[in-house]
Design a protein around this ligand. Structure first.
Ligand code: AMP
Length: 430
């Protein structure tokens, strides 16, 4: 019998469990050196700044689609927006008032950016710590650098979750081919090897199906550190996006059902088809993690459902692809909620107005030419979102469709039909 902490009651008291399932990481009963936000970096509970009000300026680090949709939400509320990204004409830069084009490690540019705004947030994790620190000396940054420090690095994130008693798949840290061989011996196959940093949408991920594939997998990883996880035979993938304000108020989107194809989110359906108890457990788990990290802003929590158990797969301290449906289907969308949280405004109602489904549009759709937009727009309950990216590379997220319907299943059928209508007909048929 191994002791397991009770996250659901937020009391961290030990509870007994008969489970010794090797595919699930057993929480440390007496953590040796837990990596918690307070031990890896002191958590600075943000001082209560006066709210940043409409008419003032928000800065967004990162110019991708999440920044674009954030900027649209902020401008709708009358804020000025400055975006920061190394690329010219980035998706967020196209809708920002000011597009700052500079490398992420250009500290002078980062300081000038901070001088010109009232609060700073970010839309992706790979912002250098020095840049965030330089900005944080000048203006508030939400979520904090400490939250980013934990969530940007798979190993730190897993150690944090494990040390706090949150359920994760069994994993091992690996720094060499020999480490990996040993880890795969312990965890068994299949196993999933992931880079510790710079991984998203399945990038930097390799599945190891046989012990003799270890050497190749390590070479393919091409990084000094990685995390290898037991393969989780999940029945479902889901996510919850929690918004938390500086005063501790919380509102959560979801849980939603997520289906991935080639490790990239393909379709999200909401409400998730889950037993009520599992849905509630997912919400409680996401809330507890958000609280224990002292997030001010959003935290997306991706989870696996394995029978009646939930395992946390990944955290993202920002809006998330699986929350895009909220733009068309919720009273307050995830981007407005991020804005409210980082500006110190009351969080909005996250009620779902209608069941919905979101389907990503990847660059692959452009293979035979510009997609047939009128064909998808002919569906009356379908909304089209495009991110203003010029180059449609395979696997690149170019936009998404959201369908609203009477049930989640119907919404899913409609969004898939609308997406199926998009590919341009082959040249001969045109
Ligand atoms: P990630 O980049 O960690 O979010 O992984 C992308 C996708 O890969 C997940 O949404 C799953 O579909 C799959 N995946 C990742 N880790 C595992 C695992 N340990 N077991 C099974 N599938 C996984």
């Amino acid at each position: 019998m191994s002791p397991r902490r009770c996250w659901r009651e937020r009391c961290w008291r030990e509870r007994e469990t008969a489970s010794q399932d090797l595919s699930i990481e057993q929480p440390m009963s007496s953590p040796r050196q837990p990596i918690t936000p307070s031990s890896c970096h002191p958590v600075t509970v943000s001082p209560c700044h006066p709210p940043i009000l409409p008419g003032q300026t928000v800065g967004i680090l990162g110019g991708g689609q999440l920044g674009r949709m954030f900027a649209i939400a902020a401008r709708r509320l009358g804020y000025r927006v400055h975006s920061f990204d190394p690329a010219r004409d980035a998706p967020a830069g196209q809708v920002a008032d000011v597009e700052v084009i500079a490398a992420y490690d250009d500290l002078d540019a980062a300081r000038r950016f901070a001088d010109a705004v009232d609060v700073v947030t970010f839309e992706f994790e790979n912002i250098p710590a020095e840049t965030l620190a330089a900005i944080a000396e000048i203006k508030p940054v939400h979520p904090s650098a400490e939250v980013l420090h934990v969530c940007r690095h798979r190993l730190r994130e897993k150690e944090f979750l494990k040390s706090q008693g949150f359920p994760v798949a069994a994993y091992r840290a690996v720094h060499s081919g020999a480490d990996l061989r040993q880890a795969v011996q312990e965890l068994g196959t299949p196993a999933i090897l992931k880079t510790a940093d710079f991984g998203y949408d399945g990038k930097g991920q390799t599945r190891i199906d046989r012990p003799d594939a270890v050497e190749d997998a390590w070479r393919q990883l091409g990084r000094p550190a990685g995390v290898v996880e037991a393969f989780v035979p999940f029945t479902q993938e889901m996510s919850v996006i929690c918004a938390r304000a500086a005063d501790g108020a919380e509102r959560c989107f979801g849980p939603v059902d997520n289906v991935h194809v080639r490790h990239i989110l393909d379709v999200t359906t909401v409400p998730a088809q889950l037993p009520a108890a599992t849905a509630q457990a997912a919400l409680d788990l996401a809330r507890a993690i958000t609280e224990s990290l002292h997030v001010v802003g959003l935290l997306a929590v991706e989870m696996f459902v394995v029978g009646d158990q939930i395992l946390v797969n990944e955290l993202a301290p920002r809006p998330h692809n699986s929350g895009h449906y909220s733009i068309d289907a919720c009273v307050t969308n995830q981007f407005e909620q991020q804005l409210r949280a980082v500006c110190g405004l009351p969080l909005g109602d996250v009620r779902l107005l209608r069941p919905a489904a979101m389907a990503n549009l990847l660059g692959d759709l452009w293979q035979s030419g510009e997609p047939n937009w009128p064909a998808a727009l002919a569906f009356p309950d379908v909304k089209l979102h495009l991110y203003g990216k010029a180059e449609p590379r395979p696997g690149r997220k170019m936009g998404h469709l959201t369908a609203l319907a009477e049930t989640a299943e119907q919404a899913r059928a409609v969004v898939l039909a609308a997406r199926a209508a998009l590919p341009a007909p082959p040249l001969k048929a045109r």
